[in-house]
Each structure stands twice: as structure tokens, then as C-alpha cells.
Design a protein around this ligand. Sequence first.
Ligand code: MN
Length: 312
Amino acid sequence: MNPETLLESLRTGLTPFLGLPMALTPAPGPGVVLGAPYDGGVINRPGARFGPWAIRNATMGMGRLSMPMRLQGQDEGGRGMAAVDWVDGGNIPTRPFSMEEALGAVEQTMGAWIDQGARTLMLGGDHLMTLGALRAHAGKAGPLGLLHLDAHPDAGHGELWGAKYHHGTWLRQAIEEGLVDPRHTVQIGLRAPRFDSEELVFLLDSGVRMWTPWDLQDMRLHAQFQGDIARVGQKPAYVSVDLDVLDPAYCPAVAEPVPGGLSVLEVLTLLRHIHRWRAPWVGADIMELAPALEGSQTSAKAAAHIALQLFG
Ligand SMILES: [Mn+2]
């Protein structure tokens, strides 16, 4: 966002992502940012429907060129957002009362942009909306590689809560529908206590690679970690970031904060690996930001998790 677009935001009262031009009608172009203001798939603490506004507001006045790449003269990511000619496509009209309709709206709106050749960045919204995005992209590119940053594996069995679709089941659904190739799927940051181990067995049997924050601290595993991320990029790749991958000290405003997570710096550092893929990711999302929950329960959650850890 340059001074001109900042002044335009002040004038119009609108804050498109990074000051990108607004475009509500799909047209040929390299990429589009879309909000998904839906949180009907949240089990415990709703509020992610307000995420797209909060993220857009937070980009007001921000530059488009990430600092470390410039200083180190590296060419991994080209010139980042500064080099692309993306638009902000506004929000997807997700009806608040029906998951199926909301998922359909994501698939349809995003699909219309993909048909025009666009890559997509979705601002959540709860993580269930990723299923709609994967349906849209896989419909065009076939089974995708998936890099999934999250405290939770999101592959729960629908019967657990009597509902097939919610923010904790979308990955199982995506694997069963053939939208992602589990052998090219990597999860990073997993640490939330489980109700049972069936979900993890399902993922392991499918071939998904799973990394906890403890694994990431073991330097002996670093080459294996890099290899896993590289394998995601051997296919058309999707990157899904649940903000609860971050420690609540950095990002408490999510539906399910889990202590013991990654720092912002750790996430920014590991994302650099994706710029070594032979092709840029086709779609990405940043999910679960519930801005009204800022600061809520952070300390009590830390206490609860330390208590649990006492039992091994
Ligand atoms: Mn998630």
C-alpha cells in the first residue's frame, strides 16, 4: 500500500487487502483475495465471521515487500506481493445459517475466479471453508498437495459430534473426496489433546506427514522436514494456515487456542521453504481469526494444558 492508496482508503472508508484494487466480478488475472465471513462450523468459540474485516484493516499502510528477502538479496519469492497484480475480490456471500450453502458459495465464487486463471488467497472464516476452496481448486487441478499449519489435525470423524461438516472434519472429507493427495500432505504444529486416537491413525494410514512443535525443535529432523515440505510442492499445492498454529501468546483471538505453539517468527521462517517449490501455490488461506476474542482465556488455557501435561 503506497501513500496514494492509503489516502484512498481514508477517503472511501474501504480497506481492501494491502490496498489492492477491488474487483467483485471475476476477470482474467493472476490472483484474487477473497474473504469467507462464516463461522457456523465452529464447535466452541465462534467469531471468525469477522476475520476478513480484521485482516484487511490490519494491512492498512503496510508495504508489499517482505523485508528479510530484500535485505538478504534472495530470489526465493521474487518480489512477493509487490511483484503481482492481484485484486481484492471482496467477500464470498456465505449465508450464515447453512453450512452446505456456505461451502457451495465458496466453491462457486472461488471456482469462477480459478476459471479466469487466478490463484486465490482466502481470509477466514472458520476452517471448514477450506473444504469449499479445495473443491474449487481440485476441480481444476486434480488432487492437490497440502501444507497445513494447525494445532489440530482437523480430520475428526463426523459421528463424534453427529455432524459430518465442521471446522474439525474438513481434512478427512477432503481426503475421502480425493481433493488432496495425502502422500503429498504435511501438517505442522499439531499439539491439541485428542478425545481418541482414531483421527491420527486415519491420517497416518493415509500417508499424511505430521509434525508437532516438539519435532520442529529437533535439529536432527530438519532435513526430513524440508523434504516433507518439498514433496507438497511436487503437485499443484494449497497452503492452509489455521492461526491457532501460533502460540496464544502471539495470537489468542482464535476459536480453539492451544498453548505450546509456534512463534510468528517460526511460522514466517518455515513458510520460506514453499518458495522453493517448482511452481507457486495455487491457493492459500488464513483461517480462524476471531477478532473479538483477543486476549480471551489465554492464561487459563495455559494453566489447563500444563495441568494435563502432568499426567504424561
Ligand atoms: Mn484448523
